[in-house]
Design a protein around this ligand. Structure first.
Ligand code: SAM
Length: 290
């Protein structure tokens, strides 16, 4: 009997890929994880249980996918690259609780797909994401009102820092507010370029996002809140007062913003990056006209 291929062993992984005539695509963000330690940290952070299901985006050759199928009740993975399908069919052959979806994640109707695969039950997301679409994938998962419990994600180091950044820090921006509105982020571990085949140019970080049962702040008008946040960080060098009153996403007079800031005891020269989520929420409520 052929022995199982160790996907974290570079020589075994390369031999498998070569046998299938596979070559890496830079434009699809293909850097496969070959570090056993980082792999275990991802699985551990995903908090596996035989009662829950896992969704993976971009399974590659199946390194993390095998662990998800082993440790969860069911695993579903969405992969865009046709060249990886026969490889995954081979590496995942022994797992009956695994479904492969050959699609572009940006074109998948996630609500319908997860309802069909998981029967509406809560599920977690675990993935070494393709970096060129990290933010749209995460925002789509958060905004689609899916029963996601948590996400354990390998992302570019700077993106993880932005997701977890606190008000006033240089990395704090619209992504920090959006992620912290829906989740509680925590950094799991770093992954240097040598943890991947081929090595990426950038450093990576595994981040865990615990989805909150309710958003971290309550707002009267969620759409208005996000438009205000987008406007506040759109032009970082402007004061909040100018950024909001000149924003193409809002229609609010300067005097109204001035009076709302005064009501909140905030300096009229304050910049958006100093406001906490609670302050953005209060300001949005004061300006939304409801
Ligand atoms: N999970 C594997 C691992 O850790 O070794 C591979 C991770 S690799 C960073 C990203 C994966 O996402 C690749 O398999 C790539 O083909 C896939 N991918 C890229 N764009 C995608 C898209 N739009 N939809 C689905 N999968 C995509």
């Amino acid at each position: 009997m052929q022995h199982a291929i160790h996907l974290t062993h570079p020589s075994e992984l390369k031999a498998l890929l070569q046998r299938h005539g596979f070559s890496f695509s830079k434009s699809l963000g293909q850097n496969f994880l070959i570090d056993e330690g980082v792999l275990s940290r991802i699985v551990e952070a995903a908090n596996p249980s035989q009662d829950t299901c896992a969704l993976e985006i971009g399974p590659g050759a199946g390194t993390l996918t095998q662990q998800l199928a082993k440790n969860f009740k069911k695993a579903v993975a969405i992969e865009i690259d046709s060249a990886l399908i026969p490889i995954l069919e081979e590496t995942m052959a022994e797992f009956e609780n695994f479904t492969l979806i050959h699609k572009d994640v940006m074109e998948v109707e996630l609500k319908a797909l997860t309802e069909q695969e998981f029967g509406g039950a809560p599920f977690c997301v675990a993935a070494n994401l393709p970096y060129y679409i990290t933010t749209p994938i995460v925002m789509n998962l958060l905004e689609s009102h899916l029963p996601v419990t948590d996400m354990t994600l390998m992302v570019q180091k700077e993106v993880a820092e932005r997701m977890a950044a606190m008000p006033g820090s240089k990395n704090y921006g619209a992504l920090s507010v959006a992620v912290q509105y829906y989740t509680q982020p925590s950094i799991v571990c770093k992954a240097e370029p040598h943890c991947f085949l081929p090595q990426p140019k950038v450093a990576s970080t595994v981040i865990h996002l615990k989805v909150l049962s309710q958003p971290s702040v309550s707002v009267k008008d969620e759409k208005h809140f996000f438009k205000l946040v987008k406007s506040a960080f759109g032009q970082r060098r402007k004061t909040l007062l100018n950024a909001l009153s000149k924003s193409p996403y809002l229609s609010v007079e300067k005097e109204k913003v001035e009076s709302a800031l005064a009501q909140m005891n905030l300096d009229s020269a304050i910049r958006g990056e100093r406001l906490s989520l609670e302050e953005f929420a209060r300001l949005s409520d004061l300006l939304c006209g409801i």
